[in-house]
Design a protein around this ligand. Structure first.
Ligand code: ADP
Length: 454
């Protein structure tokens, strides 16, 4: 049974219970009112008859005006002190031999089970003589009135239950409609059909909208993660194929070589290719982790001037003859991920060294301008041809693979751009072939909303 039907059934059942309870209450109130009215009627009639009874001097009883033995269902009977009926006719099958009790209203039952109200009054005449005036009235069956009432109320209340049930179904159905969307989106993603599918509900504050938004962001993360994994698998299998083939070919060739010199050369080739594979796998893993979100960027406010100075001072791969010029504005603080920005700067410096001139220069500049950080690495190396400038940030693109060396993978600048985007920033390049290149990173110094989300 669907939740919709269950909820509607529950609400309707609850309505039915409420309606039944109100009917019972109505019936009990009605029957109380009816019986109370009867008891009042009995008392009023008996009391009015009482005042009309008198005894003449000769001892005979006289019933004055206003006395009546039977009025409005009330029977008035007169008994002497010892309980013998003097006047009046009790109704057929009424309870008899009921002991007298002055002034108290009781209920007694006739042989056929009918209930009667009995009310006695002792009417004294003289010192020790008197008579009992008894009022007798059949307890009215309230069912007549209540039956009518019950019929009307039953129809009305059942109508209310029906309307309430239909209303409940409509409300529940409209409340559950978005859940249907969530289910179908989750199902189609679960079956692996369409990872780009989203629920796409309008954002709202109610639980279902929030659930849908949470699901959508989860789906986005899932898609991103699957895409990154797919990319990794295809990149790794594609890019590792060449070095593996070279290593295998070199091994085959080495088996025909005899001299130590030839073996040394074979080992050097294998070593180069193995290092290339190591660098490639390392960079691919780093990028995939960032794309998948398994490595989260941790942003903190830190002294960027100090970080850049330390990285420049401790530059291990700087060739002899190359001069590193630094122009670092002191005390530039910003919100950034220390590890990622270090990796970015290292990649730019590696490229400046790799594609730099012999005995050339490298300039590293750090500035803060209008709330923006500008970090640039410039070299006076080989430069990049204008038609290649827009390609260098593409995965695995290498303008001149022979210049990139064994550690070049064509992934360095892709990662630089990825890190810049994580900091809500951008990397730009200016280059002149044969003169040099300048890569500049710009990103906001303060933590922005987008940055917080990342
Ligand atoms: P690689 O591992 O080959 O250096 P990158 O992604 O870092 O890969 O760079 C991509 C390509 O861009 C390089 O192969 C090179 O052709 C070019 N390039 C990058 N930096 C420079 C630079 N400073 N000067 C000249 N060319 C560069």
């Amino acid at each position: 049974m669907s939740v919709k039907v269950k909820l509607t059934a529950w609400i309707t059942a609850l309505l039915l219970v409420l309606v039944a309870a109100s009917l019972l209450f109505l019936m009990s109130v009605t029957s109380t009112v009816v019986t109370e009215n009867a008891a009042n009627q009995l008392e009023t009639t008996v009391r009015s008859n009482l005042t009309a009874v008198s005894q003449a001097e000769d001892g005979t009883l006289s019933m004055g005006e206003g006395f009546s033995f039977v009025r409005s269902g009330v029977y008035t009977l007169l008994y002497n002190e010892s309980g013998a009926l003097l006047a009046g006719q009790p109704p057929l099958d009424s309870p008899d031999n009921v002991a007298f009790e002055n002034g108290s209203l009781r209920t007694d039952y006739a042989a056929d089970g009918d209930a009667y109200y009995i009310l006695d009054f002792w009417l004294p005449f003289g010192w020790d003589d008197g008579l009992w005036v008894r009022g007798l009235m059949q307890v009215p069956e309230s069912t007549g009135v209540t039956e009518d009432l019950l019929e009307i109320s039953l129809v009305l209340l059942l109508l209310m239950v029906a309307v309430g049930g239909v209303g409940a179904y409509v409300v529940v159905r409209s409340a559950f409609r978005p859940l249907g969307k969530i289910v179908s989106a989750a199902e189609s993603i679960g079956e692996g059909r369409d990872l780009s599918r989203r629920i796409g509900l309008k954002p709202g504050r109610d639980e279902v909208s929030r659930l849908a938004t949470a699901f959508d962001s989860m789906f986005a993360r899932l898609e991103q993660s699957f895409e990154a994994e797919k990319q990794f698998t295809s990149d790794a299998s594609h890019e590792l194929r060449t070095p593996i083939a070279v290593i295998l070919a070199q091994c085959a060739e080495a088996s025909h070589h005899d001299t130590p010199e030839e073996h040394r050369q074979d080992i050097a080739v294998i070593d180069r290719q193995a290092r290339k594979m190591q660098a490639l796998v390392q960079q691919l893993l780093q990028m995939t982790r960032l794309e998948q979100g398994t490595q989260r960027a941790t942003f903190e406010e830190a002294d960027l001037s100090e970080l850049v100075s330390v990285l420049c001072e401790e530059q291990p791969g700087l060739p002899e003859g190359t001069t590193l010029h630094t122009d670092i504005q002191p005390d530039v603080t910003a919100v950034f991920d220390v590890m990622l920005l270090s990796r970015l700067l290292q990649n730019l410096m590696n490229n400046a060294i790799r594609y730099g001139r012999k005995n050339g220069n490298i300039w590293v500049t750090l500035r803060r301008m209008d709330g923006e950080i500008l970090l640039s690495v410039r070299d006076d190396g080989i430069g990049i041809a204008p038609d290649r400038l827009d390609k260098i940030f593409t995965r695995f693109y290498q303008a001149d693979p022979s210049r990139s060396g064994s550690n070049g993978t064509g992934l360095g600048l892709t990662m630089v751009r990825q890190i810049a985007h994580l900091h809500s920033g951008e990397v730009t390049v200016e280059s002149a072939e044969g003169k040099g290149s300048c890569f500049t990173l710009r990103f906001p110094a303060t933590l922005t909303a987008t940055l917080e989300e990342k």
